[in-house]
Design a protein around this ligand. Structure first.
Ligand SMILES: NC(=O)c1ccc[n+]([C@@H]2O[C@H](COP(=O)([O-])OP(=O)(O)OC[C@H]3O[C@@H](n4cnc5c(N)ncnc54)[C@H](OP(=O)(O)O)[C@@H]3O)[C@@H](O)[C@H]2O)c1
Length: 230
C-alpha cells in the first residue's frame, strides 16, 4: 500500500533513512527539519521526488511547531505521523553535573515536544492510522539498560510515560500509538560501532509501522516488531 506520512527530524540519520524508505516505496512524505541545507542528501532526494516529498522547516521544540506543520499540511490527512527527532543530551550523562539548560533541552526535545506535537496534530491523522515515536530500549524500566547513559535513558522513559498517560486519557484509540526502538544504528548518535545500518533499521521500522495500520493499539516495539517491556 501507499499513503501519506509525516516524519519529524528528517535531516540525517534514521529520520533521513525513513524518508528514503517511504518515498521509494511510493508514499507521499512530509519531512520536517530544523533547516533545509542546500545540496544535502534530503535536498537531493527532494529533487528526485519533487511530487512525493515536501520539506517543512521548523524547530520541533518551539511552541508554534504544530501550527507551522498544520499550515503546511493544507488540510491533507496523514496515514502516519512519526516523531523521530531526538538528542543525546550532555556527553557526561552524570546527574551530578547536569545543568538546567542541558537537562531542560534534553527532556523538552526527547519527551515533551514530540508528545505535544502529536497531541496537537492528532486530528490530522486518519482513523486506523499510526502515531509513532522514536523511543529506545533505554526507556524500559524493566530492562534497565541505560546505566551508561542515564540522562538520555530517563528522557526516553519520560517520553514513554507521556505516551502511556495520553493513551489513558483517550476514551478509545483511533490510531495505533507506538514507542519504537530502532536497534543500535550507525548514525551520528549511534556511532560507528553500531551493528545496524540506517537502511536496515529504516526498512524494518517501515514494515513495523505498516503492520500497525488499522490495529488501534498502544505498543512498545523494536525494529523487528517484538514487544518490549515498559
Ligand atoms: N542511533 C541509535 O542507535 C538509536 C537507538 C535508539 C534510539 N534512537 C533514537 O532515534 C532517533 C533518531 O536518532 P539518530 O541516531 O538518527 O540521531 P541523529 O543522527 O543524531 O539525528 C537526530 C535528528 O533529530 C533532529 N532534531 C533534533 N532536535 C531537533 C529539533 N529541535 N527540531 C528538529 N529536528 C531536531 C536532528 O536535526 P539536526 O540535523 O537539525 O540536528 C536530526 O535530524 C532519536 O530520537 C534517537 O534518540 C537512536
Amino acid at each position: 500500500m501507499s499513503g501519506r506520512i509525516l516524519i519529524c527530524g528528517a535531516s540525517r540519520g534514521l529520520g533521513l533513512g525513513l524518508v528514503r524508505a517511504f518515498v521509494e516505496a511510493g508514499w507521499e512524505v512530509l519531512a520536517v527539519v530544523r533547516e533545509l541545507r542546500p545540496a544535502s542528501p534530503l535536498d537531493a532526494l527532494r529533487t528526485r521526488h519533487p511530487q512525493a516529498l515536501q520539506v517543512i522547516a521548523c524547530d520541533l521544540a518551539r511552541l508554534d511547531a504544530a501550527s507551522t506543520i498544520e499550515a503546511a499540511l493544507h488540510g491533507r490527512r496523514l496515514d502516519c505521523a512519526l516523531f523521530n527527532a531526538g538528542v543525546y543530551g550532555p556527553g557526561h550523562q552524570d546527574p551530578r553535573q547536569a545543568l538546567f539548560d542541558d537537562v531542560g533541552q534534553l527532556f523538552l526535545a526527547n519527551a515533551v515536544a514530540p508528545i505535544r506535537l502529536a497531541q496537537c496534530l492528532a486530528d490530522q491523522v486518519a482513523d486506523g492510522g499510526v502515531i509513532a515515536f522514536m523511543s529506545s530500549q533505554m526507556a524500559s524500566l524493566t530492562l534497565a539498560r541505560a546505566a551508561d547513559m542515564p540522562l538520555y535513558g530517563a528522557s526516553k522513559a519520560a517520553l514513554n510515560s507521556l505516551l502511556r498517560s495520553w493513551q489513558a486519557q483517550l476514551p478509545r484509540l483511533p490510531w495505533s500509538l507506538l514507542a519504537l526502538h530502532p536497534g543500535w544504528v550507525r548514525t551520528d548518535m549511534g556511532g560507528e560501532a553500531a551493528p545496524l545500518s540506517v537502511e536496515q533499521s529504516a526498512s524494518d521500522l517501515r514494515q513495523v509501522i505498516l503492520d500497525q495500520l488499522g490495529r488501534r493499539q498502544c505498543a512498545f516495539l523494536d525494529h523487528q516488531g517484538q514487544s518490549l517491556p515498559w
